[in-house]
Design a protein around this ligand. Structure first.
Ligand SMILES: [Zn+2]
Length: 380
């Protein structure tokens, strides 16, 4: 062996040693399921505070945000920039059919119940239940302009619709006590929309004057007419947002058949969305975490074209108080239940999960969550 060869061999050995060292320093990429989170802000938070929060969420395993920050595009530009820098997908979570009165919204555009009362003047259940009527062309124009301006923000990956529905004609079983109601059937004060335009459009289409019918809940065409009004609103907005090269998705009630259509008239399997986020909040329906799997399977089977479904999970913020807490808004998955809900979602075909919300997660939740998200589940 001459000295030159020896030199080359030495260089080669060093080179391979360096490769070995680099490979051993590389963190091993462990498997993780996709995770989104619903999050509201920014309030008074500074950019540095938002950045620290987003980096923490990313570290914990969150891949993207459904971010609720009002309707001003500049808010989403500011926060979206920080989200993108932290490596998070950024979708804007803005309610659709629920709109407080404001310039640009005509008071005549609000929905009317079966007693012909306006949701603006006499909202059902709670003061903010000011739902618009989906038949009004002005409502579509308002929403298309509002969502369109947000979609035009470069940092926004997608528009996330919420309250894209009618008011709950039947409340989830877990809420009956809270409102002191027994919702054994559809009652006119919670049943919408009986505005002049909806009544006339339905009569023109079906020949039925719904105001003359004793029990409108018996009229299947009237139910379908209202599913179609929401479906049409979603699909028109979807075309508009897709035209801007952005995604559109929505938070929906579980189902669609078991809950969403019956309670809030969402036939969401007919919606042309890029992803579906059913709020599989078992405690609202007095169900256990295994039920999350049942409604996930139902949703996955209902949506066409294999679009992703992310199973929305409702987190209990104070696990130690769940037993003594009357309000279901304070119920939700306990640390010892979150793993079962994630497993049930993934084994029944969910693409991933979405947390409501990371702010409700206790250290115990994060510990159980960390174990659950690194399992490579097999869909049944
Ligand atoms: Zn109407």
């Amino acid at each position: 062996m001459n000295p030159t060869n020896k030199n080359i061999n030495m260089k080669r050995a060093l080179f391979f040693l360096a490769i070995l060292l680099l490979a051993s320093c590389e963190p091993t990429e462990t498997y993780k399921i996709p995770v989104f989170a619903w999050l509201a802000g920014p309030g008074e938070a500074t950019d540095a505070e938002i950045q620290a929060d987003f980096e923490d969420l990313k570290d914990k395993g969150i891949d993207g945000l459904m971010y609720n920050g009002g309707q001003d595009p500049t808010t989403y530009q500011r926060v979206g920039k920080i989200a993108k820098a932290a490596g998070l997908e950024f979708h804007t979570w803005i309610p659709t059919m629920v709109q407080a009165p404001k310039p640009g919204i005509d008071s005549a555009w609000y929905a009317y119940n079966g007693n012909r009362e306006s949701a603006l003047e006499k909202p059902a259940y709670v003061d903010y239940y000011k739902f618009l009527c989906p038949s009004k062309e002005g409502v579509y124009d308002f929403l298309a302009n509002m969502y369109g301006a947000v979609a035009d923000v470069a940092e926004v990956d997608g528009i996330h619709l919420d309250y894209i529905r009618f008011p709950d004609v039947i409340l989830a079983r877990g809420l009956w006590d809270k409102y002191g109601l027994v919702m054994d059937r559809e009652y006119p004060e919670y049943d919408y929309c009986y505005c002049d335009e909806c009544v006339a459009d339905f009569k023109a289409k079906s020949g039925i004057d719904i105001l003359e019918v004793d029990d409108p809940a018996e009229v299947q065409e009237w139910k379908q007419f209202r599913y179609d009004l929401i479906t049409s609103m979603v699909n028109r907005l979807a075309d508009h947002i897709h035209g801007k090269g952005k995604e559109i998705n929505a938070a929906v009630f579980p189902g669609p058949n078991s809950v969403a259509k019956k309670l809030v008239r969402q036939e969401w399997n007919k919606w042309n969305l890029d992803a579906y986020f059913p709020m599989n909040y078992n405690d609202f329906y007095l169900e256990d975490p295994e039920w999350v799997g049942e409604v996930t399977a139902e949703g996955v089977a209902a949506i066409e074209g294999g679009k992703p479904l992310y199973s929305g999970l409702f987190i209990c913020p104070k696990p130690e108080k769940k037993g003594s807490e009357a309000d279901p808004e304070n119920h939700g998955l306990l640390p010892e239940e979150i793993g079962a809900a994630i497993r049930a979602s993934m084994e029944n075909g969910a693409t991933g999960i979405c947390l409501f919300t990371p702010k409700r997660m206790t250290p115990g939740h994060w510990e159980a969550f960390d174990k659950a998200i690194h399992i490579n589940y097999e869909a049944k």
